[in-house]
Write a protein that binds this ligand. Structure first.
Ligand SMILES: Nc1ncnc2c1ncn2[C@@H]1O[C@H](COP(=O)(O)OP(=O)(O)OP(=O)(O)O)[C@@H](O)[C@H]1O
Ligand SMILES: [Mg+2]
Length: 367
């Protein structure tokens, strides 16, 4: 199959795109980039983060809130960072304030009854609330930047949980209504209002659930990195999605290394980026914490032998070898060039870098 995401851009009827995978593999980066691509060929695009640790703001370098906000430099790309627990709180608050005649306690009790009878119902209800408002906003396509797999699978299980909750609720609804009319007639209006609201939520859930199971409207993009844990989790994710009847036919394999001609330059560029943050870590924590620098290893750390090798660096500060056996160290060459051509080390490093032959500076991490 074509190794690109063009199929998503080409599928003009698509309305919901989920982007998911293990923590830290590039879900946010992929969903934001996909949002940017879609903005080029769709009327309006909304990216929603359902991850409580939001980072759409970080990815775009712009602050987003729980209201759709236009992304700088676009006229049809919006971002929204939702706080699931906040949504249900606000919703509950609305119900309570709408009811001025003492029914609040009754409503809260009903919510509580619902809450205790079905685990996760709070979250499920708030997701339904979010879907209801997103649905009414009328974006042509919505990209979900999801939280790591476990959380996302729970989110996708909400429609079923809600259906079960509504079924259960119907069983004791009549009892509650009967009691309410008997003991607190003035509460009846509030209870009816509440039931109407629940019914509205139920129908949204049903509609959204049907859409999520329609491959013409919905697809799930899996993001992974080429490592055991990520591959394993992707497989589990795909199996669960199949169970929920959600289409998935794209896998983005991110952060792949290539032995390209400038691989060395790339490595040094990344080292420089890391050095910047290591300096910040030292500034922040160096005085009060034991800051242990653990090097990236050649392989995944799996099995006792590799764990021992990893452990060694936790008790002895890692010192990179200054030269590979049988190969002269490029760093060691610099002083020789300095001496022979009467140049300062800085001049030599700068020259080599300009020529595309960057050499890591010996000693400190500062470049
Ligand atoms: N191909 C790449 N090359 C370099 N950096 C990358 C690449 N992909 C992602 N990153 C960086 O890696 C970090 C993690 O990426 P991202 O936030 O997209 O992952 P995530 O899966 O959304 O993480 P989380 O599970 O925490 O939400 C970010 O700083 C991002 O800029
Ligand atoms: Mg993310």
């Amino acid at each position: 199959m074509d190794p690109t995401l063009n199929n998503i851009l080409d599928q003009k009827g698509l309305k919901w795109v989920f982007v998911g995978g293990k923590g830290g593999v590039g879900k946010t980066t992929t969903s934001c980039s996909l949002g940017v691509l879609l903005a080029g060929c769709r009327r309006s695009v909304l990216i929603i983060s359902t991850d409580p640790a939001h980072n759409l703001s970080d990815a775009f370098g712009q602050k987003f809130t729980s209201k759709p906000t236009l992304v700088n430099g676009f006229d049809n790309l919006f971002c929204l960072e939702i706080e699931p627990s906040q949504a249900v709180q606000e919703n509950l608050q609305e119900d309570l304030s709408a009811d001025a005649n003492g029914g609040a306690a009754g409503l809260q009790a009903m919510f509580k009854e619902l809450g205790t009878s079905i685990p996760g119902i709070d979250e499920a209800l708030s997701f339904a609330e979010i879907m209801k408002s997103v649905d009414s906003l009328d974006y042509e396509i919505v990209v979900f930047d999801t939280a790591p797999t476990g959380h996302t699978l729970r989110l996708l299980s909400f429609p079923r949980a809600l259906e079960a909750a509504f079924a259960k609720f119907n069983n004791f609804k009549d009892k509650i209504m009967g009691l309410a009319s008997q003991f607190a007639p003035m509460m009846q209006g509030a209870q009816e209002q509440m039931l109407a609201k629940l019914e509205e939520t139920r129908s949204t859930v049903e509609r959204v659930n049907t859409q999520f199971q329609n491959p013409e409207l919905t697809t799930f993009v899996c993001v992974c990195i080429p490592e055991f844990l990520s591959l394993y989790e992707t497989e589990r994710l795909i199996q669960e999605l199949t169970k929920y009847g959600i289409d998935t036919h794209n896998v983005v394999v991110n952060s792949v290394l290539f032995a390209e001609p400038d691989a060395c330059r790339k490595l040094i560029a990344r080292k420089r980026m890391q050095d910047k943050y290591i300096d910040q870590i030292q500034d922040l924590y160096g005085e009060d914490f034991h800051v242990v620098i653990s090097p990236m290893m050649d392989e995944e750390v799996r099995g006792p032998a590799l764990l021992k090798a990893f452990a060694k660096n936790l008790i002895n500060p890692y010192k990179p070898p200054s030269r590979v056996e049988g190969v002269p160290s490029s760093t060691a060459v610099v002083p020789k060039i300095c001496e022979k051509f009467k140049l300062s080390p800085d001049e030599v490093y700068a020259f080599l870098e300009k020529e595309g032959l960057p050499v890591p500076r010996s000693g400190g991490s500062k470049a």
